[in-house]
Write a protein that binds this ligand. Structure first.
Ligand SMILES: CC(C)(COP(=O)(O)OP(=O)(O)OC[C@H]1O[C@@H](n2cnc3c(N)ncnc32)[C@H](O)[C@@H]1OP(=O)(O)O)[C@@H](O)C(=O)NCCC(=O)NCCS
Length: 184
């Protein structure tokens, strides 16, 4: 895996437009949906917690990763459930390890915040390298039948305990913007 040295820091208010441009370039047509999702997820962070990091070099936002709080419906109680979405690197900077740097930064921050796990939807061929595994193996249930089993993944952090499993209930922005699973 490549090592990327682009500095990573927390998102600041002045980054919003650059983050929008980044998602339009990284996700193509789907970028508009991602941007609407990001705008609404950002608004949940102050109340529910979460994180949003950008990789910036020469005043250029080259990458972005966000972790926000959904809910996990466990047998004991509802738990805050950190969900990593989205992750994007500008096309001209892909393949140089920046995505990996953003992932590791987000997971270190999640560990430091004592979050017990992080959940995401994505291609396991990419995310397995960061310790993600099929969440179903630990008893987690998908919030939608439109998410392939292999795509529904979790990484357990040091504070994880075996009872922390159940059904993921996505925060409302994922539903509002129809940004769950695959359609069609
Ligand atoms: C996914 C993404 C963030 C990876 O960023 P990156 O900086 O290129 O990632 P890295 O340089 O750390 O890793 C590149 C490696 O991941 C692989 N990879 C990238 N996307 C992948 C995917 N969807 N599935 C499997 N492997 C993938 C590359 O082939 C490359 O492989 P290599 O290490 O063997 O050369 C970037 O490709 C991107 O922004 N894609 C468009 C948006 C997107 O799909 N985001 C993820 C869903 S939210």
């Amino acid at each position: 895996m490549h090592a990327d040295a682009t500095p990573i820091r927390s998102e600041q208010p002045g980054d919003v437009e650059a983050i929008r441009r980044l998602h339009l370039s990284a996700f193509g047509d789907h970028g508009r949906v991602v941007n609407a999702l990001v705008d609404d997820l950002r608004s949940t962070i102050a109340e529910l917690g979460g994180s949003s990091f950008v990789a910036v070099a020469h005043d250029d936002v080259r990458g972005h990763v966000m972790v926000t709080m959904s809910l996990l419906d466990t047998a004991r109680r509802l738990l805050p459930a950190p969900v990593l979405s989205p992750l994007a690197v500008a096309p001209e900077h892909q393949g140089a390890g920046l995505g990996a740097s953003l992932m590791r930064h987000a997971l270190r921050s999640a560990t430091a915040a004592d979050w017990p796990f992080v959940i995401l939807e994505g291609d396991p061929r990419y995310y397995a390298r960061f310790g993600f595994r099929p969440a179903g193996e630990l008893g987690f249930r998908k919030p939608s039948l439109r998410i392939p089993d292999a795509a529904f993944q979790v990484v357990c952090l040091p504070d994880y305990e075996p009872w922390m499993t159940g059904t993921l209930v996505y925060a409302w922005p994922f539903w509002t913007h129809d940004a769950v699973g695959l359609r069609g």
